[in-house]
Design a protein around this ligand. Structure first.
Ligand code: C2E
Ligand code: CA
Ligand code: CA
Length: 755
């Protein structure tokens, strides 16, 4: 027991003592045993103690009210509180006294206090998210708190004895060493606070705030005390805020966003023809960073920023685009030769020798510039950047100055538009169809028409490669009519083949121009009449931004289409305005949940929350829901569980050419048949879909299917299988080279692999 105890005869002679009492009195056990306890007491307590022992011997339990002074072996007195208990034999007679002696002296209470404080500090240090370190003056680690593991991934034991400098970022070492040297020389107890990068056990660098306190002379500590707070998140938040605020934290210059805003303003003010963008790219900053450290590199950037600003004066605005790239808006430029002079002045300013810590540095730069007018601010900046790229090839010297419309990107665009015009006449635009299915059982309920360009030289191009140019040039109207006719033809053909009770929809994407420039209602009426398709089998997809470009016209157009009996879907729902006020005004039948949210299902709660609310919203407004980009069985199951009715995505099939789609659809319908399966409907259990969900597959020849099955059995990856098929000279049913995706689709459709 840690409590001092003694057994006494009824007369007060010590019969037994424990180790704690020996410690408390300072006497070894043999010096205590057999001696009257009063020998160790101080008058006048002896009389009181004697009286007390008499009462206990008579059978009372007794605590001496006043603290008793015990004479310690050292000669000092120890203040104690003594309790006495009688110990009786079988007959009830008191044979011995039991004494419990508590040290209540000031020293003891101070010791207890200290223990308590230490325990508190220990607890604070081990539960704090700050890392506490004790180090020698030259940063050898003596102690590390437990947070070192959660914050930096190091166990405390592996840190003790380590060299602290090994964890500091090479670019920070010099500065931090100087701070440490100053701190070690500073008076005891003074603290420094600074930021540096520290290596995490996983090899990454973390920004930390270090508070360094010199406690070397404190006998209780005898170390440099280091507190580290991980501020990496704060640092990245700061960067984001700087970007939002529009100033670059290092140089104080504007960032890209305010530069673009100023350009937009200049364009809006009708100054496009006299406004230019100059891009300046430093060529040797990396060398400065590598040989003089990042801090030197930072100093160079600050100096260059100042020089560019001074040179341009109030003729323009300088911004930092990031890294070692600067851009300037230059106003009031008369012609290209004037712009050339501005560029030369900027280049001179940058290449003027620069003093850095007594060193002379010679910087070099390349400059690209473009003078308006251009389509918009983005196009002007892009022109300047492509001029910079030309300058970097070395063909033009360190500067290249152009007029925006003569730049290569603009030329490319112009050629693309020309080429597209030719393609329309040559009937190179084809329409592929991607199935839309019932989520519960995979039955086809429709298709989305997606345009492709069968280019004679470049192969099959996806819409991303040309829809933008088609919209800019107005060709989208012709492209749109072409797609509309193909889609209506398909709708007329497939209307009877879907496995669903309701109408089979073929959906067509409408661009903003089609929707607001008029003519689309007539075009739809004409296409329906020419192909014999029913309006009920046609769906038009519009994005919110297309509607918002001219709400009144768009709403009126959609209203007319709805009155004809055509369905209308809001495409990419959730990525645009998603404004309920407007949604209520839009005469729509369907919401298509954008595939970016579907991709996050099962991964991020945010996306699940968005999808859930879109589905609930659709339900409350009586709209049908289609989830786009469904790629996995998990996504399908979550969507179905959330109450989404339909889906489309690679889980079932990519877009197929009309012939392949027709075969695919025919196989489906033959397998289940709309009438036969009507009763299962939405309620069919997920387990029931399996093979039917996978469908009859692409129409491929049996030898090919066997070859794929064999490859699959070897466990080969999709890419390996695709490569093997291509080297066999095999082609897909659509006549294309096999890709991992088309192999996957074939495997799934043959039931050789799950989704
Ligand atoms: P969208 O309307 O959102 O079309 C869906 C896109 O998602 C298609 O790309 C489709 O191939 C792709 N997709 C389908 N399932 C999956 C999947 O499971 N995972 C992933 N990652 N993607 C999937 P596509 O065909 O390249 O079309 C791109 C966009 O081009 C379309 O987006 C649409 O905005 C536009 N577009 C296509 N055809 C036309 C058209 O005839 N007229 C107009 N105005 N725009 C069109
Ligand atoms: Ca679409
Ligand atoms: Ca979409």
């Amino acid at each position: 027991s840690g409590v001092a105890q003694a057994t006494l005869s009824p007369e007060g002679v010590l019969l037994e003592v424990n180790a704690a009492l020996c410690r408390l009195s300072g006497y070894p056990r043999r010096d205590l045993l057999g001696r009257p306890v009063t020998e160790f007491m101080v008058e006048p307590d002896v009389a009181l103690a004697t009286r007390g022992m008499g009462r206990v011997a008579a059978g009372e339990t007794f605590q001496l009210r006043r603290p008793q002074l015990l004479r310690h072996a050292d000669g000092v007195t120890v203040e104690t509180r003594v309790s006495l208990f009688p110990v009786r034999d079988a007959d009830g007679a008191v044979r011995r006294l039991e004494a419990v002696v508590e040290d209540v002296s000031e020293a003891a209470s101070a010791r207890r206090e200290l223990q308590l404080t230490e325990a508190r500090w220990r607890s604070l240090a081990s539960h704090s998210s700050d890392v506490a370190l004790l180090c020698t003056a030259d940063a050898q680690l003596l102690f590390a708190s437990e947070a070192a593991l959660s914050v930096f991934g190091y166990r405390c034991e592996e840190l003790v004895g380590a060299d602290g400098w090994a964890f500091v970022h090479p670019d920070d070492v010099e500065e931090v060493r100087a701070i440490w040297a100053a701190a070690a020389a500073a008076p005891a107890g003074t603290s420094q606070c600074f930021e540096l990068r520290v290596r995490h056990a996983d090899g990454s660098w973390r920004w930390v705030e270090e508070t360094l306190t010199n406690q070397l002379d404190d006998p209780a500590v005898g170390a440099m005390v280091v507190n580290l707070l991980d501020i990496s998140e704060r640092k990245s938040a700061e960067a984001v805020l700087e970007e939002l605020a529009g100033t670059d934290g290092l140089t104080g210059l504007a960032t890209r966003a305010p530069l673009m805003a100023s350009l937009d303003a200049a364009f809006a003010a009708g100054l496009a023809a006299t406004t230019a963008v100059v891009v300046v790219d430093l060529t040797r900053l990396k060398l400065v960073n590598d040989t003089h450290g990042h801090r030197a590199g930072d100093d160079v950037l600050v100096e260059v920023a100042a020089r560019l600003g001074r040179t341009l004066g109030d003729q323009g605005i300088v911004a930092r685009l990031g890294g070692d790239r600067f851009a300037a808006l230059v106003g009031g430029v008369g012609d290209v030769s004037e712009l050339f002079e501005v560029c030369a002045a900027l280049l001179d300013a940058v290449e003027d020798p620069l003093q850095l810590d007594g060193l002379e540095l010679l910087l070099t730069a390349t400059v690209g510039a473009a003078l308006g007018p251009a389509a918009d601010s983005g196009a002007l900046l892009a022109s300047a950047e492509s001029a910079l790229a030309t300058a970097k090839t070395g063909e033009t010297g360190p500067m290249h100055v152009v007029r925006a419309e003569t730049t290569s990107t603009a030329l490319c665009r112009a050629r693309l538009i020309e080429d597209l015009r030719r393609a329309l006449a040559a009937d190179e635009l084809v329409v592929h169809f991607q199935p839309v299915v019932q989520l519960s059982d995979g039955r086809p309920v429709g298709a989305e028409a997606l345009v492709r360009w069968q280019h004679p030289d470049k192969g099959l191009l996806s819409p991303g490669a040309f829809i933008g140019a088609a919209e800019d040039s107005g060709l989208i109207i012709d492209v749109g009519h072409h797609v509309l006719r193909q889609a209506c033809r398909a709708a007329a053909r497939w209307a009877q083949l879907g496995g669903h009770r309701g109408a089979f929809h073929v959906a067509v994407n409408l661009s903003a121009k089609q929707l607001t420039r008029g003519g689309v209602v007539d075009a739809v009426r004409q296409a329906l009449a020419d192909t014999g398709a029913e309006p009920a089998n046609l769906m038009l997809e519009v994005t919110e931004s297309a509607v918002m470009s001219d709400v009144d016209v768009a709403v009126r157009t959609l209203q007319e289409l709805r009155e004809m009996g055509v369905a209308v879907a809001v495409d990419d729902f959730g990525t645009g305005y998603s404004s309920l006020t407007y949604l209520k005004r839009f005469p729509v039948t369907t919401l298509k949940i954008d595939r970016s949210f579907v991709a996050g299902l099962g991964k991020t709660d945010d996306d699940a929350a968005i999808v859930t609310s879109v589905i609930n919203l659709a339900r409350s407004m009586g709209l049908e829901c289609i989830a786009e980009g469904v790629e996995t069985e998990e996504q399908r199951l979550i969507l179905q569980t959330l109450g989404c009715g339909r889906g489309q995505g690679f889980l079932w099939s990519p877009a197929l050419d009309a012939a392949t789609f027709h075969t695919w659809l025919g196989g489906r319908a033959a397998q289940g048949g709309p009438a036969a399966d009507e009763e299962h409907g939405v309620a069919s259990a997920p387990g029931q879909r399996t093979r039917r969900g996978a469908g009859p597959g692409l129409p491929v020849d049996p030898a090919l299917a066997q070859r794929v099955a064999d490859l699959s059995a070897t466990g080969a990856s999709l890419a390996t299988m695709a490569a093997a098929l291509n080297s066999d000279g095999q082609r897909t049913p659509e006549g294309r080279r096999w890709s991992a995706r088309s192999v996957a689709q074939l495997l799934v459709s043959r039931g050789l692999r799950g989704s």
